[in-house]
Design a protein around this ligand. Sequence first.
Ligand code: MG
Length: 318
Amino acid sequence: MENRRNFIKKVSMLAAGGLAVGNLSAVSSTNIQAKAKKIVGLQIYSVMRELNVDVPAGMKKLAQIGYRNLELAGYDNGKIADIPVSEYRRIVEDAGLKITGSHVNLVDELGVSKYTKENMPVILDFWKKVTEDHVKLGIRSLVQPSMPPMETHDDVKIVCEVFNKIGEITKSAGFRWGYHNHSGEFKRIVSEEQRHAASQGGRRGPQGDVIYALMLNNTDPSLVFFEMDVYWTVMGQADPVEYLNKYSDRFPILHIKDRLVLGESGMMNFDKIFRTAYSHGLDDYFVELEGIRPDSGMTQFEGVKRCLDYLINAPFVK
Ligand code: MG
């Protein structure tokens, strides 16, 4: 009797095992189908340290993980990771990936950080050269990823004027120009008039204007888009969904980022962010992962794989 019971137990365990294996392969084939359907992009800054050790091998690895589109980082005078742009494009395409965007920092490249009337010709010449090189990369969007100094409303106006002009340059080259935020853009600046009015009005100090809103309001929507980094927006104590709804035609591309691996901090409402962005016509998005140090116990490649798996398994991601 005991033996029989053990036998039945073993058989049912085997059956359960068989079932589990069956389910697992069903899950994995669903996963492969989902991977094939969902086009997920990656900002390569996320894996830069490990990728640049061997770019062709690293690109193949990213394709194998399941990424499809890339947003570049690290452009430096006609080269990316010391590789001329045309060759870089060939390496990426040989791996089965597509370059759709690129981040270029004026500050790194030119040693000019402040946008002023005097700096404007130098700044525009810089972006013309960057644009020519990026035509060779076949991108759809060129993005400035960091904030020029803006302390007054006039500073913001000059930055926006320059942004509009850069937008014209890239538009005539066939791709759009945009700006990527961190958290500093959600600080407020106060004009002299606001300060004066507040001093007349009562005890409360002047509230001022949020820099990001000023940037949105003072740029031409046909020339400048905003690649909202949803994590840095939250870190700026602003709500990405509120901005997506209020400026519904300005965010065709998003940076999908969390404190570390996507979905693990619990602080990001990706469900609502994706649903809202889709409802306003989201074109593209890039995963970004920052903060994987060599002693993190996880490689950058492992980190971006976990981010992709999160999006593949997320029912709200198309
Ligand atoms: Mg970002």
